[in-house]
Design a protein around this ligand. Structure first.
Ligand SMILES: [Fe+2]
Ligand SMILES: [Fe+2]
Length: 495
């Protein structure tokens, strides 16, 4: 992780931060005095704004948040100056400032690296207000703890757990720095209560600005979500297809290291438009009854309409636009092959295409491939790893031929990775349906007849790893189980 941080372009921002401090100290003759405030601010803010990675909107949010942050510290200090409490308690009040709220909320707007930068800036610049360098240092250091711990958190309760962890870390660090028990204790207590503010703020921001935080994605995946309940009731076949596609696409996205949670969530909604006319889709009926009453061109139009219906439905249920992108892009600008071919057979000439656009991200592209593979594999009998591999290959080549990957920022290398991850995942998922070769059946019968009794007895108890080699579709099992390699393994086990 440290290596990734060093190599990241934002590490330059940290260099700016450090150089700002050194420059400011140099100007002020290495004394922490009033004199360092001005050069520090100028040099740091310059570095802050010359980076174009922050959009104008983001810069506005940072400035607004910083103003709120400064105002809150100022108010804390005002209260501290005006109350008359026992010496230690009065001095320690500023340690109860809920600093935790800022990095833990900003993390969901800006992501990890940008938030580390912003909270470092906040914690160090606040020194000019409260004049307690060790407090700034505790805030600065603990920002790293918060952001590392929040990564991968899927439930809101994680913020509370991180709050406790942050509080304990700050308490120990503060005691080490010699801040005394009262100040350190205030810091700890504030850390226990700050998560309540963070959870509320994150919830408000994600809903108001439709930002897909991990919590929002988690909520959207709840199968009791009204739109998903409707899909389950009205189009049960599509509902199960969506769940299967979601699992496949999630697994592939995870293997590729892209946003797997987003892919899984969006896959649940990709065919939501089929709620409108469920009986026209093959997974929801036993035959083609509905289509027998209309001509193939009209059938194509009805099928294509599910994308447009899906977008409308999702919008009416306030589903975020990023999820709607998956509904729009999962068929790209292809066409329903079955009915187009049927039209050609009947000499009915017409042009029809899904509205698209074709996938514009690697995530929507993964969904497109997973969707097609799931639908195609349902009709394949006698599945074998070779057939799965051939089918995935054919689907990807076809989509490429139809220029469906042209809008997506993917390289050939990534497409190959998607291909092998998809084959691997489908073999794992369709494992119970994979037919065993005759050779394996013969081996199984021989095994039952006791032909390999010695070897079976030789294995002490149930050996999960070795047992698993039998039903797998790979041919290399014979080297392991029948061959000498396995025998010598068994003998070794006996010893
Ligand atoms: Fe679809
Ligand atoms: Fe689908």
């Amino acid at each position: 992780m440290i290596k990734r941080l060093i190599l990241h372009k934002y590490s330059y921002l940290f260099l700016f931060l450090l150089s700002s401090i050194i420059f400011s100290l140099f100007v002020s003759n290495f004394e922490f005095s009033e004199k360092i405030r001005f050069p520090f601010l100028i040099s740091f803010l310059t570095s802050f704004f010359i980076f174009n990675d922050f959009s104008v909107k983001e810069k506005a949010i940072i400035v607004a948040t910083f103003l709120i942050f400064s105002f809150l510290i100022y108010s804390f200090l005002k209260v501290q100056a005006n109350v008359d409490l026992e010496g230690g308690i009065q001095q320690g009040l500023i340690y109860a400032f809920p600093f935790f709220v800022f990095p833990s909320t900003l993390f969901y707007i800006f992501g990890k690296i940008k938030t580390i930068y912003i909270s470092s800036f906040f914690s160090l610049i606040s020194f000019f207000l409260h004049r307690d360098f060790s407090l700034s240092f505790v805030w600065f250091t603990s920002s790293f703890i918060i952001l590392s711990a929040l990564e991968g958190a899927r439930r809101r309760i994680s913020i509370f757990k991180v709050g406790i962890f942050y509080g304990l870390f700050g308490l120990i660090l503060s005691l080490i720095l010699g801040n005394g028990f009262i100040k350190s204790f205030f810091f700890f207590v504030s850390s226990l209560f700050s998560p309540f503010i963070s959870v509320g703020l994150v919830f408000f921001i994600e809903r108001a600005f439709r930002i897909l935080t991990p919590f929002y994605l988690f909520d959207l995946q709840d199968l009791e979500n009204p739109l998903l309940v409707q899909l389950r009731k009205r189009a049960p076949g599509t509902f199960h297809h969506s769940i299967f596609v979601a699992d496949i696409a999630h697994s592939v996205a995870e293997k590729l290291g892209v946003n797997a949670e987003l892919v899984r969530c969006a896959a649940l909604y990709h065919d939501i438009g089929k709620i409108i006319r469920p009986a026209y889709f093959i997974e929801n009926l036993k035959g083609l009854e509905k289509h027998l009453k209309i001509n193939p061109p009209l059938s194509s139009k009805v099928i294509i309409k599910h994308v447009e219906d899906g977008v409308k439905l999702a919008r009416s249920y306030n589903i975020p636009e990023r999820i709607i992108d998956f509904i729009k892009e999962h068929h790209g600008t292809t066409y329903p092959e079955f009915f187009v071919k049927a039209s050609e057979e009947e000499n009915l000439k017409f042009e029809v295409r899904y509205p698209g656009p074709s996938p514009r991200s690697i995530e929507t592209l993964i969904l497109m491939i997973a969707d097609s593979c799931e639908a195609a594999l349902r009709s394949v009998e006698e599945l074998t790893p070779a057939k799965i591999s051939e089918l995935v290959d054919r689907i990807i080549s076809k989509k490429m031929e139809m220029k469906q990957f042209d809008n997506a920022p993917v390289t050939f290398e990534q497409i190959n990775k998607i291909k092998s991850a998809m084959v691997e995942t489908l073999i794992e998922f369709y494992h119970p349906r994979i037919s065993y070769s005759e050779e394996k059946i013969k081996y199984y019968i021989d095994l039952k007849k006791g032909k390999y009794k010695e070897k079976v007895e030789g294995t002490a108890g149930y050996d999960e790893e070795k047992e698993e080699e039998l039903p797998h579709g790979n041919s290399d099992y014979s080297n392991g189980i029948n061959g000498k390699g396995r025998e010598s393994e068994d003998k070794e086990m006996k010893k």
